[in-house]
Ligand binder design. Structure first.
Ligand code: BG6
Ligand code: MG
Length: 223
């Protein structure tokens, strides 16, 4: 029997939380007189909380004391938590549950590989936690995406070699991390943004079941 390890990013792949991160960062940036564009926001996807604030400060040409930096990060998180507090299963992105159930029925390894420190509470809110054999999130890694650490730990926990793993990602940093880990990278989102991925689908509704079957059987490989 063929077995692969499927590693899912969380924000923007499983749930539509990217919009909440954006709202919370935008609000915070405004309080320190920094505005940022949609294109810049794209660069914050997949990036850790610390690195995101560093980037925003860099774009706005601002510096902060360590204390102010820490305070702003917790402020952003409080604001973000106020959005995710209201989340429920209706915010699971289209066909995610279908794909997870197909993989479970096909006896595949399933892990989460997220930069977020809020991953477990979010998965609980949307009732998906029990679908994952392994959870690797922002609390478990020393190096943020595009470093491959998060996915390499995920592969290890699944007992799989990196080359037998497949990563679903909506961010450029995450696709780069998967590629560096030598895993098949599947971009979920826009081709114009995620062109470094081995395969790209707008969302899971566009990904045919035969595609997953062929990945499992080894007929489809890293590009
Ligand atoms: C990633 C998001 O999944 O997690 C980023 O794409 C976010 O936007 C990062 O900054 C860290 O998340 P959190 O929940 O720990 O602030
Ligand atoms: Mg993401």
């Amino acid at each position: 029997m063929h077995k692969k390890g499927f590693i899912f990013d969380l924000d923007g792949v499983i749930v539509d939380t990217a919009k909440y991160h954006f709202l919370a960062w935008k609000k915070l940036a405004k309080t320190i007189g920094v505005d940022f564009s949609e294109a810049q926001n794209e660069q914050l996807k997949g990036v850790s909380r610390v690195s995101s604030l560093e980037k925003i400060l860099e774009w706005g040409n601002k510096t902060l004391s360590d204390e102010d930096f820490t305070n702003l990060m917790s402020k952003k998180n409080e604001d973000y938590l106020s959005y995710i507090h209201k989340m429920n299963a209706s915010e699971i992105l289209p066909d995610v549950s279908k794909v997870l159930d197909f993989l479970i029925n096909s006896k595949q390894g399933i892990a989460l590989g997220s930069a977020s420190k809020n991953a477990t509470p979010i998965l609980k809110k949307v009732h998906l936690l029990e679908k994952f054999e392994a959870i690797v999130d922002g609390n478990d890694v020393a190096k943020a995406k595009p470093d491959p650490e998060v996915f390499l730990i995920g592969a290890k926990l699944l007992g799989m070699n990196p080359e037998d793993c497949i990563v679903f990602e909506d961010s450029v940093a995450g696709v780069q991390a998967a590629n560096t880990a030598n895993m098949i990278s599947i971009g979920i989102g826009e081709k114009s943004v995620l062109h470094e991925a081995d395969f790209i689908f707008k969302d899971f509704t566009e990904m045919p079941q035969e595609f997953i079957e062929q990945i499992i059987s080894g007929q489809i490989n890293k590009q």
